[in-house]
Design a protein around this ligand. Structure first.
Ligand SMILES: *Cc1c(COP(=O)(O)O)cnc(C)c1O
Length: 388
C-alpha cells in the first residue's frame, strides 16, 4: 500500500518545508558567491531533515555543482531517484562500499593508502577512471591525512591511472566565530599542501575548504568551491557571522489543536502532575511530543496560536504537549499551532528550540522524527519523498 500515492490524510502534526524559500536562499547564496566559485549542496542526513531529494533537485537547478552526502545509502538513494549530478561522499568508505561507489559514479573522499589502492583496482576492473578528493586534516583531527603527511598520498593517487585527483579539501574546526585565528592556521597548513602540489606541477581542479561559516566569513578560503549545508536552509551557523539579507528559514513545525480542556484552580496537568492551575485556565492539547523530536521539557517554551504565544505547561509526553490558551479565547479545535517557525508577526526560531534542549540548530533540524511527515509547500511536489 503506497500511502502517499493514496493521498493518505496528513497527521495533524507535521514539518513544513517551504521550497520557495529554499530556492530563494539558494539564489541569494549563488548571487553572493564570486562567479568562478562553485558550491556543493550538502544534503547529508536527509538535507538536515528537509528531505534530500527535493533539496538536491532544487539546489542543482539553482546552480550547485553537486551534492555532498555522508553515507553510501544516502548517495544511492539520490541516484535511484534520478539525480545525475556529482555526488561527493564526505565520510569514510569501507572496502565493501567501493564497488558500489564506482558502479554508481559516486565521488569518494580518500585519505589513506589502502582505500586508494582498492578503489583504483575496482575502477580499473570496470575500465573506469574515477575522480577522488583527497581529504586533508589541518587541525580538526577528524577525517583526513595530516597536512604534513599528505604528499605521499598525492603521489600514490597521481600514479594510479584509474584515478583522477579531482579535489583536495580540508574542513574548519571553527569558521563562524569572531576569532578566526585557528581557521587561519588551518588555512596556512592547507596552503602548504597546495604550494607543494603547484611545485610538482600537479593541478587540482577543485580545492575546497569552506562550510557555511567559512563561505560567509572566510572569503580568502573560498578556492574553487564552498560546501554549504545549514545556510541553504535559512539558518546562520552563528549569530556573529556575516548575515545575507533575505535568507529565511525553510522548515517550520506545526500541529493542530486536538483537544481543549478547562481547568479549575488547583487542578493538575499531565504525567507527574508538573503543573497546577493557579486559577481557572483553558488549555489546548497539541498532538506532538518527544516521540516526534520535541525536546522533553516541562513548563518551558511555547507555541504560537493565532499569532500569540501560548506557554507550554506540564511535562511533554511522547505524543502530546499542553499549552495554556487562556489568553487566546479564539483558539478552537483543529486550529493551527506553530511549534517552530513564524505565525503572524511572531516567530519561534530553531535557536529557541535548541535552547530548550541545550543544543544547537543543526541538532534540532536533524532530530525531528520521520513520523512527522514533511509537507512541502510553494514547490511543485506535494510531499517531499520522506520514505525513499
Ligand atoms: C556537513 C559538512 C559541511 C556543511 O556544513 P554547514 O556548516 O552545514 O554548512 C561541509 N563540509 C563537510 C566536510 C561537512 O561534513
Amino acid at each position: 500500500m503506497n500511502l502517499i500515492a493514496a493521498n493518505f490524510p496528513l497527521r495533524p502534526a507535521w514539518t513544513e518545508i517551504d521550497l520557495g524559500k529554499l530556492r530563494r536562499n539558494l539564489q541569494l547564496i549563488r548571487a553572493d558567491l564570486p562567479r568562478a566559485v562553485k558550491f556543493l549542496a550538502v544534503v547529508k542526513d536527509e538535507a538536515y531533515g528537509h528531505g534530500a531529494f527535493d533539496v538536491a533537485r532544487i539546489a542543482i537547478e539553482e546552480g550547485a555543482w553537486g551534492c555532498g552526502l555522508s553515507t553510501l545509502e544516502e548517495a544511492l538513494t539520490l541516484r535511484e531517484a534520478g539525480i545525475t549530478a556529482p555526488l561527493l561522499l564526505l565520510g569514510e568508505r569501507q572496502e565493501a562500499e567501493l564497488p558500489w561507489c564506482v558502479e554508481h559514479d559516486l565521488t569518494v573522499c580518500v585519505n589513506e593508502p589502502h582505500t586508494i589502492r582498492k578503489l583504483a583496482r575496482v575502477a580499473a576492473a570496470r575500465n573506469k577512471r574515477v575522480p577522488v578528493h583527497l581529504k586533508i586534516h589541518t587541525g580538526m583531527s577528524r577525517y583526513g591525512v595530516r597536512w604534513d603527511e599528505a604528499l605521499p598520498l598525492v603521489a600514490q593517487i597521481v600514479a594510479e591511472n584509474a584515478l583522477q585527483l579531482e579535489g583536495v579539501m580540508t574542513h574548519f574546526s571553527q569558521s563562524d566565530e569572531v576569532d578566526k585565528s585557528f581557521a587561519n592556521l588551518q588555512l596556512a597548513r592547507f596552503h602548504e599542501v597546495l604550494t607543494a602540489l603547484a611545485a610538482r606541477k600537479i593541478s587540482v581542479p577543485l580545492r575546497h575548504a569552506c562550510n557555511s561559516g567559512g563561505f560567509l566569513d572566510l572569503p580568502h578560503a573560498h578556492f574553487d568551491m564552498v560546501r554549504t549545508g545549514i545556510l541553504m536552509f535559512g539558518i546562520f551557523p552563528s549569530t556573529v557571522c556575516r548575515q545575507i539579507p533575505g535568507i529565511e528559514p525553510v522548515m517550520s513545525v506545526k500541529a493542530k489543536i486536538a483537544s481543549l480542556q478547562k481547568l479549575k484552580p488547583g487542578e493538575v496537568v499531565g504525567y507527574g502532575m508538573r503543573y497546577t492551575a493557579p486559577s481557572e485556565r483553558r488549555i489546548a492539547v497539541l498532538p506532538i511530543g518527544y516521540g516526534d523530536g520535541f525536546p522533553r521539557v516541562r513548563n518551558t517554551g511555547c507555541a504560537l496560536i493565532h499569532g500569540k504565544r501560548a506557554p507550554l505547561i506540564g511535562g511533554i509526553a511522547m505524543d502530546a504537549l499542553m499549552v495554556d490558551v487562556t489568553a487566546i479565547p479564539e483558539a478552537q479545535l483543529w486550529d493551527e499551532a506553530v511549534l517552530m517557525g513564524r505565525q503572524g508577526n511572531d516567530e519561534i526560531t530553531v535557536h529557541d528550540i535548541a535552547k530548550l534542549k541545550n543544543s544547537v540548530s543543526y541538532d534540532v533540524l536533524t532530530n525531528w522524527r520521520l513520523r512527522l511527515r514533511r509537507k512541502a509547500v510553494n514547490g511543485d511536489t506535494r510531499f517531499i519523498r520522506a520514505l525513499i
